[in-house]
Design a protein around this ligand. Structure first.
Ligand code: UDX
Length: 450
């Protein structure tokens, strides 16, 4: 078969599947995509996006028009029409922390029931080691007839907010496969990218993904732990991180201290990795500590707000940023949810603003409507506030009109949970500035830190 004729199918059009489908379309492949949520498929077919991701709307319009991307409501048709099938469905965590693989199994069954010739089935969703083997077994169990197929693993390393850039300019492409044919097909798919490709077996590829996300979480908790010491001892965690990151063995990224990691991936992948290790009789205790340090961030931040303001009851607090990170509207496992919940319990009134995540956040505390005010801008949220709390480092917060904000607030106080603001801009305007892992201006004033 000529490579230009090989067709790609994507099962699951979420934060991984949709960018993947559009990325392959952009690379020139003919791609169909499906999702069990028919409304989502309809929305995408009509040119709408189910979530915010920079650059995606333009790419979707482009490839609906070029017909290189076809959203299909019928999973069977997607399977029958494709040569390479990417499984991009969700792998949420269960109560006990282990990965819930029911969507993966569902996709495998649908593939089995619609096999109509050789298919390369690629596990892209993040899943525990041995999932590829289970997919293979499930297909063998449920297939009609005996068409040939192979299961490979090609983990995604897409960050929300930069998913298309990560897809089209990857640091590495990991391909776990058994046969030369599968390796060759997948290499061809990625050929236009000129990326570094690592070829491995299936189990290894699966572990690379889990180990990567767990390591990123570990880096974040490590710098947060060091930040706590900096704060207590009167050092600056930003400078410490810079000094650490200059060593290429450590690397400068993922050393931003703050209110910790959230999102759909890092928390659940860490839990799943711990759970997998446990199944093999191993205790990944260092990763349990990583989780604990991250949970403690919420408490440390709320206590910081409490120390700065003394009493929280009836205080108006501007909350800048609700998404778990900038450039997304995703609030899954966002620190903002836990922090808002604690502040509401303390009797505070919250004036919320996020450039993208307001709609999602409105559904989180429906019973607290009277104490939550949704604002149209950062300045509006700050109006009459006793403090501004920064929970997501959106670019627009760095460049906000600070003199204007100073005029509008009731008390010029900022608690920066992401260390993203410049105290040398704020302090001359009269703001009291608190951040994470850095000496606090107020503490200096009262001589707590010498
Ligand atoms: C992650 C992985 O980075 C990506 O490779 C994988 O494929 C999917 O999961 P994502 O969930 O989009 O991506 O977010 P990421 O950029 O990793 O950030 C996760 C969280 O860590 C965010 O809440 C972010 O604010 C926080 N973070 C990140 C820090 O607190 N400090 C840092 O230095 C970096």
């Amino acid at each position: 078969m000529s490579e230009s004729k090989r067709r790609v199918g994507v099962l699951g059009l979420g934060h991984v599947g949709l960018p993947t489908a559009l990325g392959f379309a952009e690379l020139g492949w003919s791609v169909s995509g499906t999702d069990s949520d028919r409304i989502k498929v309809e929305q995408i077919s009509g040119g709408g996006l189910p979530f915010y991701e920079p650059g995606m709307s333009e790419l979707l319009q482009k490839h609906l028009a070029s017909r290189r991307f076809r959203p299909l409501a019928d999973i069977g048709l997607t399977v029958r029409d494709s040569d390479i099938l990417f499984i991009c469905v969700g792998t949420p965590h269960r109560e006990d922390g282990s990965a819930d693989l029911s969507q993966v199994e569902g996709a495998a069954r649908s593939i089995a029931e619609n096999l109509n010739g050789y298919k390369l089935i690629v596990e892209k969703s993040t899943a525990p080691v041995h999932t590829a083997r289970w997919i293979e077994r499930a297909i063998l169990r449920y297939q009609n007839g005996k068409p040939e197929f192979e299961v490979a693993c090609n983990p995604e390393f897409l960050r929300e907010g930069t998913a298309l850039r990560d897809l089209l300019h990857p640091d590495r492409v990991v391909i776990g496969a058994k046969s030369e044919k599968a390796r060759c097909w997948l290499r061809e798919l990625y050929e236009p990218l000129n990326a570094k490709i690592l070829l491995t077996d299936l189990n290894t590829a699966e572990i690379i993904k889990h180990a990567s996300n767990a390591f990123l979480a570990l880096k974040i908790s490590y710098i947060n732990m060091v930040g706590d010491l900096c704060e207590a001892a009167g050092a600056d965690v930003k400078d410490v991180a810079e000094g650490l990151g200059m060593d290429p063995r450590i690397g400068a990224s993922f050393l931003d201290a703050g209110i910790g990691y959230g999102g759909f991936c890092l928390p659940k992948d860490l839990k799943a990795f711990i759970s997998v290790a446990q199944e093999f009789g191993l205790s990944f205790s260092v990763l349990r500590e990583v989780e604990q340090v991250n949970q403690d961030r919420i408490d440390r931040f709320v206590r910081k707000v409490q120390r700065a303001l003394w009493v929280l009851k009836d205080k108006r607090l501007a909350v800048w940023g609700l998404a778990f990170k900038p450039d997304t509207d995703d609030i899954r496992e966002a620190p903002s949810i836990h922090i808002a919940s604690r502040l509401l319990q303390s009797g505070a009134l919250l004036r919320l603003y996020d450039p993208q995540a307001m709609e999602a956040f409105r559904l989180v505390f429906p019973e607290e409507a009277e104490r939550l005010v949704y604002c149209g801008s950062a300045v509006e949220a700050a109006t009459s506030a006793h403090a501004i709390l920064v929970l997501t480092e959106w670019q627009e917060f760095r460049t906000v009109d600070w003199p204007k904000v100073r005029q509008e607030v009731a008390v010029p106080m900022v608690v920066d949970g992401r260390n993203c603001l410049d105290r040398t801009v704020l302090e001359p305007l009269g703001f009291e500035y608190h951040s994470m892992g850095q000496p606090s201006s107020a503490l200096h004033e009262v001589g707590v830190i010498r």
